[in-house]
Design a protein around this ligand. Structure first.
Ligand SMILES: [Fe+2]
Ligand SMILES: [Fe+2]
Length: 467
């Protein structure tokens, strides 16, 4: 195990050549992955030179190398953070005992479900975004889209490595199925809801990378605490890549808000080719709530089991004093006989809600930064996260209707008003009408402000994608 990534057919830092059977199995999966990439990856851009970063080491600084590469030649591989000698379970029933390098039989199914569910989201998002290149607002954004896409492809590799290495024949079959499901497909959809929703334009793409990739950050962070050490080390390195995806989303929406605020000074935003702030708010409402669903039910025995077994922890376990959570409770809103009440729920069963609560705080920090941009532009409109009860499709709130401010409303009122809160057909048509490709270096579409700076210290007018 070293920090340096090898030059093998499958780049890796896990001494893959030391396990010939595993190496052969992954080398047999590799061409199927490339076929999937060519079929379902960014449509029409496979032969182009893209300025991308590739991992060359897992050291905290200097792991990335930037250069032009054709996407099918991207060096996808297997990168784990180095093993920490003497690491022990940080939480759950096994707290203080040495971490596992193999999975105890009784936890195998539960863990496989966690790995497959995480793994499935990675290719799904590539599929959702595959047509966006045709309407990129700039070369800078086009390059960022492809960077996110190749890294999601690498995250699929990360999960497939675990499946092949630790789950035997079942794992190999799951790895095949990860390439067979398709986002939005009626017969073989991706596992989770938000990953079957169309990402049909760049406003949705930026909201997706802001909110849905951020769910990924929290899921990966919870798995990075795992007592199954290979999973923890895999997720730790994935988190370093994930940070860029959220940067793309947060800064993308921030630039759209900035542009809207600039245009407000000279007239109607839409008439001048911008996206108005109320419309941006609707897309925020949509993608934020789809992403809240990804954390699962508010009260969950699965979450309790995964914590007890040491498979999935909380966000940054180190911040807490107590790591067994027996007898402790979490105060949260629950539904009792059709009414919302605030109750103490046994902590282990509330862990999905605990993680979701951390996620919400993180989203709020991003929204605060957008609001600061709006304020700096002299605009008094403020973006707002809706209530976590609003527009839910998973969990206890999904059985009733709530307004964005969290008030319970009737189904009739929902039918009347949901078009004010969520993008309606007219909004979708309008946003799509603005989506025209801008491929001239340094130029931006009318609806988005330029980025604060270029990639890797390069100027904004750098040719991030070669013609
Ligand atoms: Fe990912
Ligand atoms: Fe991501």
């Amino acid at each position: 195990m070293s920090a340096v990534i090898t030059d093998d057919k499958i780049p890796n830092n896990v001494n893959l050549s030391g396990d010939v059977r595993l190496q052969r199995a992954l080398e047999a999966w590799q061409p199927k992955f490339i076929d999937w990439w060519k079929e379902m990856g960014p449509s029409g851009w496979m032969e182009r030179d893209i300025y991308l970063r590739t991992a060359v080491s897992v050291e905290t600084d200097g792991w990335a190398h930037f250069d032009y590469v054709k996407m099918p030649d991207y060096r996808w591989g297997i990168f784990l953070e180095p093993k920490q000698e003497g690491r022990v379970h940080g939480f759950g029933d096994f707290q203080g005992q040495p971490v596992w390098d193999e999975i105890p039989g009784e936890f195998r199914n539960n863990l496989r479900r966690l790995v497959v569910t995480q793994g499935d989201t990675e290719p799904a998002s590539v599929e959702q975004q595959r047509l966006l290149g045709a309407t990129a607002p700039s070369l800078y954004d086009l390059r960022n889209l492809f960077q996110v896409n190749v890294e999601e492809g690498r995250h699929l590799w990360a999960m497939v490595y675990l499946l092949h290495t630790y789950f035997g024949r079942d794992g190999r079959e799951e790895a095949e199925e990860l390439l067979q499901r398709r986002s939005g497909d009626a017969d073989k959809p991706r596992i989770l809801g938000a990953f079957n929703e169309p990402t049909s334009h760049w406003l949705s793409f930026f909201m997706f990378t802001m909110f849905t990739d951020r769910d990924g950050k929290y899921q990966l962070a919870a798995l990075a605490e795992s007592g199954f050490d290979p999973l923890a080390r895999t997720c730790r390195f994935m988190l370093t890549e994930e940070a860029h995806h959220m940067f793309v989303g947060e800064s993308g929406v921030q630039r759209i808000c900035k542009r809207a605020a600039e245009l407000m000074k000279t007239g109607d935003v839409r008439a001048q080719g911008g996206i108005d702030l109320p419309t941006i708010q609707k897309y925020l409402n949509l993608w934020y709530t789809l992403s809240l669903d990804l954390f699962g039910g508010e009260v969950s025995s699965n979450a309790a089991d995964a914590f007890a077994a040491g498979l999935k922890g909380r966000y940054k376990e180190d911040r807490y004093d107590e790591h067994k959570l027996i007898g402790s409770t979490f105060a949260m809103d629950v539904l009792r006989d059709g009414k919302v009440v605030h109750e103490d729920v046994p902590m282990r069963t509330a862990l999905n809600e605990v993680l979701r609560t951390e996620y919400i705080k993180d989203c709020q920090r991003g929204v605060d930064r957008w609001n600061k941009t709006l304020k700096d532009e002299g605009c008094d409109f403020q973006m707002k996260l809706p209530s976590h009860k609003f527009h839910r499709q998973i969990g206890m709130w999904s059985t009733l209707k709530f307004s964005p401010d969290g008030q319970m409303i009737t189904a009739d009122e929902w039918a009347k008003r949901s078009g004010e809160w969520l993008p309606n057909e007219a909004d979708e048509t309008f946003v799509k009408s603005l989506m025209h490709a801008v491929y001239e270096p340094g130029k931006m579409a009318s609806w988005i402000a330029p980025p604060a700076k270029g990639i890797n210290g390069l100027p904004e007018k750098f040719e991030y994608v070669r013609p």
